[in-house]
Design a protein around this ligand. Structure first.
Ligand SMILES: Cc1cc2nc3c(=O)[nH]c(=O)nc-3n(C[C@H](O)[C@H](O)[C@H](O)COP(=O)(O)OP(=O)(O)OC[C@H]3O[C@@H](n4cnc5c(N)ncnc54)[C@H](O)[C@@H]3O)c2cc1C
Ligand code: FES
Ligand code: FES
Length: 477
């Protein structure tokens, strides 16, 4: 039985937990404001808000693509569809859309309204860039983006101004006072607290069950197949380690069920890898990053998984757990062939462990895809370097999209170790790199193109990290 609140209504249902929330709200609850566009996480027409009760009694919301959100994931949570914003008056987000003519056929509009409401719920500054980032997963096929951008800008200006007066600590309460959210939102925390909902014991996961985390791969790959499976939801497992980011004993510990957006927003990550906040904007879109998890990316085992490529360069260890026993595997030893991994039935990636960088460490990530945002990479690469700013003391280079598995380029590392940071050495390293990879022709590019691209990504790392020593024109030219 799944218990949740949908808009202002408490719902209990025995419907299969593997169906999507999109299907549930449209077919079972007749809430047809949520639209079905692509059903693959790419258009944002199905965007809903998901609210989760936090320890301090507040409810934190995030925008999610309901077409890839399994129903079981909303057990004990609050779901807001466009109907839940209450149509008896035009709320500020709807007003901004209306004022700027940002809706023509209206198909994408509910998703846009919820993404912008998500922006008001989560942005610290109400900055225009945050508003645009919140819309990075919403496609509109007829209005044109200029008027949608204007609506986002109007909201940013209005709410920055309001925030300048006095802002309440609890954002939900504040947005109710500002009429962004209806009055009933005040009762949600208490109602979720009283909901009969208990976490699942991690020992109940075994080889006969399917673990589902964000669902952003599983619901694309085999939505019908999931209905026949015994599903276990990672977010409901009772392991704290699985869900937190912390630093301890010279290591960074990232729970397997941490979402990509949590990683992007984490203060601990900002402290050690500040560039990741922007880099991770290149991973899918806000509605996807809010659900997609770090371990899901690793087990998806795509040769161009962005999180995997980043983690590979950081000398990552995986902690795999089955019931109460744990074992460790280095991430570069985890992949055995295309989509083949060193993980047994019933094993969970509980956490990902990374050595903390020191003051001599630098990190960079590069990704090339047909579209800058919301696209899978043609090739990607990450590098971590220890340096005295003259010579390379240690270097780890990972590359994706050039082999059946995400790769470490050990030969490049061996060559550059101890060498001066110079154009000549980098060109030589580029030659070694291209001689060690054998990409194939596919829809993302020819083998020749990918070889060239991978070499350019290596150059880009050094141009970005050592701008006074390496000039792009000199290495590439
Ligand atoms: C529109 C769209 C855009 C995308 N863009 C990108 C992109 O830009 N870059 C990118 O890298 N990927 C992208 N992806 C792929 C996908 O979103 C990511 O790979 C994501 O991180 C998968 O995580 P998840 O939690 O949703 O996985 P799920 O679908 O829940 O699970 C995937 C697999 O991992 C297993 N799994 C999940 N958690 C664990 C765990 N803790 N231990 C063991 N096994 C586990 C599941 O059993 C399943 O086999 C995109 C996908 C879509 C649909
Ligand atoms: S229907 Fe397109 S993202 Fe869900
Ligand atoms: S208004 Fe028609 S798709 Fe956006």
């Amino acid at each position: 039985m799944i218990s949740c609140i949908v808009n202002n209504k408490t719902v209990e249902t025995g419907v299969n937990p593997g169906i999507s929330v999109l299907e549930f709200v449209r077919e079972e609850l007749n809430l047809t404001g949520t639209k079905e566009g692509c059903k693959e996480g790419e258009c944002g027409a199905c965007t809903v808000l998901v609210g989760e009760l936090h320890e301090n009694g507040t409810v934190k919301y995030k925008a999610c693509a309901s077409c890839l959100l399994p129903l079981g994931e909303i057990d004990g949570r609050h779901i807001v569809t466009v109907e839940g914003l209450d149509s008896s008056l035009l709320r500020p987000v709807q007003k901004a859309v209306f004022n700027n003519n940002a809706s023509q056929c209206g198909f994408c509009t509910p998703g846009i309204v919820l993404s912008l409401t998500g922006f008001l719920l989560t942005s610290e500054s109400f900055g225009f860039n945050d508003a645009l980032d919140a819309l990075d997963g919403n496609i509109c096929r007829c209005t044109g983006y200029a008027s949608i951008r204007k609506a986002a800008e109007e909201l940013s200006i209005i709410f920055k101004d309001k925030k300048g007066s006095v802002e309440k600590e609890n954002r939900v309460e504040q947005l109710i006072d500002w009429e962004v959210l209806p009055e009933y939102f005040r009762s949600i925390g208490g109602r979720l607290e009283n909901m009969i909902y208990s976490p699942s014991n991690i020992s109940m996961f075994n080889e006969n069950k399917v673990l589902i985390a964000g669902g952003t791969d599983l619901l694309v790959q085999k939505p019908e197949g999931l209905l026949a499976e015994d599903l276990v939801f990672a977010s409901k497992l009772d392991s704290i380690e699985l869900k937190q980011i912390k630093e301890a004993n010279e290591y960074l510990h990232i729970g397997g069920a941490v979402t990509v957006e949590q990683l992007r927003k984490s203060e601990i990550i900002h402290k050690y890898f500040p560039s990741l906040e922007n880099d991770l904007l290149l991973v899918s879109s806000t509605v996807m990053r809010n659900c997609a998890t770090v371990a899901g990316n690793i087990v998806n085992a795509s040769p161009i998984g962005d999180i995997t490529i980043i983690l590979l360069a950081l000398n990552t260890r995986l902690i795999l757990r089955k019931d109460h026993s744990r074992r460790e595997v280095m991430l570069d030893k985890f992949y055995k062939g295309y989509k083949l991994m060193d993980i047994g039935g019933g094993e969970i990636i509980e956490k990902i462990v990374i050595p903390l960088p020191d003051e001599t460490s630098l990190f960079n990530f590069e990704k090339v895809s047909n579209r800058k945002y919301l696209d899978i990479a043609s090739c990607n690469s990450a590098v971590s370097i220890k340096t005295d700013n003259k010579t390379v003391q240690e270097i780890t280079v990972s590359v994706g999209g050039v082999a059946p598995v995400p790769l470490l380029q050990n030969e490049v590392g061996k060559f550059l170790k101890g060498k001066n940071i110079s154009t000549e050495n980098l060109i030589e390293a580029g030659k070694i790199l291209t001689s060690k990879i054998s990409p194939i022709d596919d829809i993302r590019g020819t083998a020749e193109y990918k070889k060239l691209l991978t070499r350019q990504l290596l150059y880009s790392h050094f141009v970005k990290l050592f701008p006074d020593k390496i000039k792009y024109e000199e290495v590439a030219g």
